[in-house]
Ligand binder design. Sequence first.
Ligand code: ZN
Ligand code: ZN
Length: 257
Amino acid sequence: MKIASIASGSNGNCYYLENDNDAILVDAGIGVKKILERMTNLGLSMSKVRGVFISHEHTDHVLGVDVLSRKYSVPVFMTQKTYSSYGKIIKDSLLNFFSPGKQVTLGKIHVHPFLKSHHAAEPCSFSVSSERWNVAVMTDIGFKCSNVISHISNADAVFLESNYDDEMLDEGPYPAFLKKRIASDLGHLSNTQAGLLVLEHASSRLKHVFLSHLSANNNTPELAYETFNACIKHRKDLIPQLFITSRHKESGLVSLD
Ligand SMILES: [Zn+2]
Ligand SMILES: [Zn+2]
């Protein structure tokens, strides 16, 4: 399997996962022109993409979905409740509903959606498997529920939310109600929570960590990187390659071999 972040941050998310024959996207929260530009930079083509899986209806995850499906005939997968809250129309022939807990298979890619804790209609994370690899895509998670724990423990790679630095959020410009919501169990995962999650629950098979969905106002790539490394330094068996994803550009295309 090969994986990449096409865009990641509080203003737009899109992740790419492929095996030899097929590919999927998770979320399409930036404009389609940008998605294509960045995929092209990585030598990737939309013709290999068998579907886009939507985690929840917030704009930073769905902005480009309708154009992507219309222009490139990419099938869209989301839950029925997410679709009801999404507010736009996807062509019937391209719209597919999934249920949390029920696996969807496209070619030899198996997508396992599972519920997460976030202020949305029916938000889901995904564990994506192909050949012997498991990749978890977990952003917009208020806290480490039992689903998060069980999927991180089986993951070879993870796109993991590292949204905010505690101090920056505390001292930052956001109104009190918003700070409270971000830090709540229905909000986002902090740098420290992401690091501790991996420290306490990842197995030594975890080889690639993409710290994802960084806040522009309450975090910096340096803080996310340092906090994560400080958390996991006591696990001598765990030496994942660490990537800080960006809202401004794609990551490299990382091979899990
Ligand atoms: Zn988000
Ligand atoms: Zn969200």
